[in-house]
Design a protein around this ligand. Structure first.
Ligand code: COA
Ligand code: MG
Length: 224
């Protein structure tokens, strides 16, 4: 089962609660968060971490103190000792998207803003660029972001981030909102229309049940 959680970083949170959460994470991450210049960046990272800890406690029946989050060589975070709990986070604007599943997952959210399609010519493969040009002018921008987020969700699924060149694999449309990756048959990418003016893609293993559950959670509901 793939579960998608959506959180608004502008949810009202008291200063006291914020400080409590800062004490529920690793010393290393706390230091990183306290170094952010903008509160918004600090909130994105802190809330993302708190959500994951909260969901892990609920799903795995463990205590926050027993949770250790590590990162692979390319920065992908994972829960140490619990391979059945996979997750990934993406943030944009006021939104944090967290997905959890039993196998590897990747997610990306981007706001749709006008973009010069030369970017696609430069960073995407020839087939992807041509796929965009074949759309009507009105739909080209949307498809650009669908492919961009699909590519990002895939490199986040694999966990290697931008160490995989974006033009080393091609995204193609299987049907309506389902995309696939030419070089990897282990996964599927779903484009999710949930928030106006944002595009979200999630990439997950085919071993996963295809159904996706959506949840909106408020930060104030979270207790650790
Ligand atoms: N694999 C999977 N997830 C990773 C990761 C990796 N190698 N490295 C970091 N993450 C996770 C972390 O949880 C991170 O959150 P944190 O910084 O609060 O710890 C989160 O991904 C950030 O994701 P997102 O909000 O979507 O940021 P991003 O899109 O800017 O970056 C990267 C995602 C870091 C994995 C990487 O792909 C990147 O730098 N992309 C830049 C985007 C770009 O220029 N694209 C060009 C397209 S034309
Ligand atoms: Mg992103």
């Amino acid at each position: 089962m793939v579960e998608l959680y959506i959180i608004d970083i502008n949810d009202l949170v008291s200063k006291e609660q914020y400080m409590k959460w800062l004490n529920k994470i690793s010393d290393e991450l706390r230091k990183r968060i306290l170094r952010f210049r903008f509160l918004e960046d600090a909130k994105r990272t802190l809330y993302g971490e708190i959500i994951v800890r909260y969901l892990a406690c609920q799903k795995l029946h463990i205590k926050n103190e027993d949770i250790k989050i590590e990162r692979n060589l390319y920065g992908k975070p994972f829960l140490k000792g619990y391979p059945v709990f996979s997750y990934n986070i993406s943030h944009a604007g006021k939104w944090i998207i967290c997905i959890i599943a039993n196998y590897e997952v990747g997610v990306d959210i981007e706001p749709v803003k006008f973009i010069n399609l030369d970017i696609a010519k430069r960073f995407f493969t020839k087939n992807e660029y041509e796929m965009i040009l074949m759309e009507s002018i009105d739909n080209q921008q949307q498809l650009f972001y669908q492919i961009w987020t699909a590519k990002e969700s895939y490199i986040k699924y694999i966990g290697r981030g931008l160490s995989i060149p974006l033009n080393s694999f091609t995204i193609y449309k299987e049907y309506s909102d389902i995309y696939k990756v030419d070089i990897d048959k282990s996964c599927i990418i779903r484009s999710i229309k949930l928030l106006e003016n944002y595009v979200i893609s999630i990439c997950y293993n085919l071993l996963e049940k295809q159904q996706i559950e959506f949840h909106k959670i408020k930060m104030e509901e979270i207790t650790l």
